[in-house]
Design a protein around this ligand. Structure first.
Ligand code: GRG
Length: 297
């Protein structure tokens, strides 16, 4: 219990550092074009759980690295995640009015600016990752490659396309896993591999932390599917009960609620086993894995 409280203290401190660093990544509202920068900052602040950047920092420290060189990676993954939410909420995709407890970006700024702010957040992510004057440029390049692959057509964007295309079709186990792995889990795998890379981890550590992130990412998406069914809108901060009417391919839709919950728990346990060799250095990551499957938002 005391250990969990100590870990929460670390995570709160990391979140503060992430907020501060993110503030420097995107130009201020006073910088022209003002409306664009206002929209980008509206999407980023206040944030959600900041799970992805926290995972990046946790992976960096798990391999013995410092927070500072990993911060650009942490902010880059959050910028990519935020762009994906902005675009996912658009009328052409999920057509959502509510995100992080307030109007979605296109509701507040209009559709054209939401598309462009999403584009600019995506570009800003790579600028953030490759620009710092300190740290190892070779590792940053590897991190940028990992991020591009996880976020691009073989990863998140590809998963999103298949998710849109299979809406209303027969629910199928292989298909649901393939979509969730690309749409959500690939980016979480990139978070932990980027953290390990920027934290100075060995090739083996980078690979095992990527596997940890991917398994946890799949568990995270299953919990997200369950929250869509059983969560409380004011707590989750987004519109719920949308997957079924939209004919979306989900874990509970294919396996049922109980088996889905068991699957999420098994995946989180598998992820924790994956990093067993890190011993106490993996403590924070294991605690995050528990939080992911216990979450109600
Ligand atoms: C539009 C290219 C493109 C991709 C969209 C990420 C995604 C793919 C869509 C978002 C919708 C969705 C339900 C995705 C799966 C789970 C997910 C990413 C949930 C939101 O992430 P949280 O809960 O959000 O970490 P916060 O607000 O806490 O950052």
């Amino acid at each position: 219990m005391a250990l969990r409280a100590e870990i929460r203290g670390h995570l709160d401190d990391w979140r503060r550092q992430i907020e501060e660093h993110l503030g420097h990544c995107v130009p201020s509202e006073k910088t022209p074009p003002q409306k664009l920068h206002e929209a980008m900052r509206y999407a980023i602040f206040p944030g959600g759980k900041r799970l992805r950047p926290v995972l990046t920092l946790a992976a960096a420290t798990a391999v013995g690295g410092q927070i500072e060189p990993a911060l650009p990676g942490a902010c880059a993954v959050e910028l990519i995640h935020t762009y994906s939410l902005v675009h996912d909420d658009l009328p052409a995709m999920d057509d959502d009015d509510l995100r992080r407890g307030r109007p979605t970006l296109h509701k507040a700024f209009g559709e054209a600016l939401a598309i462009l702010a999403g584009d600019a957040l995506l570009t800003c992510a790579f600028d953030t990752l490759v620009s710092p004057s300190t740290g190892d440029p070779g590792r940053r390049l590897q991190a940028a490659t990992a991020l591009a692959r996880a976020a691009g057509s073989s990863g998140m964007v590809g998963g999103q396309v298949d998710d849109l295309n299979t809406a209303g079709q027969q629910h199928d186990r292989t298909h649901v896993e393939s979509i969730h792995r690309r749409k959500t889990a690939a980016l979480l795998g990139a978070c932990t591999s980027i953290g390990a890379l920027l934290g100075g981890g060995s090739e083996g550590q980078v690979a095992l932390l990527e596997r940890f992130g991917e398994q946890l990412g799949l568990a995270f998406q299953i919990v997200d599917d369950l929250l869509d069914l059983d969560g409380t809108e004011s707590i989750v901060g987004k519109s719920l009960r949308k997957d079924k009417p939209a004919g979306k391919l989900t874990y509970p839709g294919v396996y049922g609620r109980e088996a889905s919950r068991r699957k999420a728990l098994d995946l989180a346990e598998g992820a924790k086993r994956e990093i067993g060799c890190l011993g106490t250095d993996g403590e924070i990551l294991r605690s995050i894995a528990d939080d992911v499957v216990e979450r109600s938002f």
